[in-house]
Write a protein that binds this ligand. Structure first.
Ligand SMILES: [Cu+2]
Length: 108
């Protein structure tokens, strides 16, 4: 039991400083009518972004920005996908299926 308490204390020591730092935000991106909304997102390192397919069509988000590459693959209406912003930079995001769908995330 004392061992468990000690582990709990050690964990608290590591977790608390993170919790008291600037709270990470969760941003939401809509894809209604084949448009990213917002088209420009200002975010901070540590924030997360949830892409919601609230459209009637399937989408396929991806980024080819060096260092930030990802590909969500086919995202059906109602699907959600979250990414974590691990470092600063400007990320260009597009949709494979709809070439006009473009958005930018500035991470600082
Ligand atoms: Cu699309």
């Amino acid at each position: 039991m004392r061992g468990l308490a000690a582990i709990g204390l050690v964990c608290a020591m590591f977790i608390l400083p993170v919790a008291t730092a600037t709270a990470a935000e969760q941003h939401t991106i809509s894809q209604k009518k084949k448009r990213f909304d917002p088209k420009l997102l200002e975010a901070k390192v540590g924030d997360s972004v949830v892409f919601i397919n609230d459209d009637r069509y399937a989408h396929n988000l991806f980024s080819e920005t060096p260092g930030f590459e990802f590909n969500v693959r086919k995202q059906m209406p109602g699907d959600r996908h979250a990414i974590k912003l691990e470092k600063a930079g400007t990320i260009q995001i597009r949709c494979v299926i709809h070439p006009r769908m473009k958005m930018t995330i500035n991470v600082e």
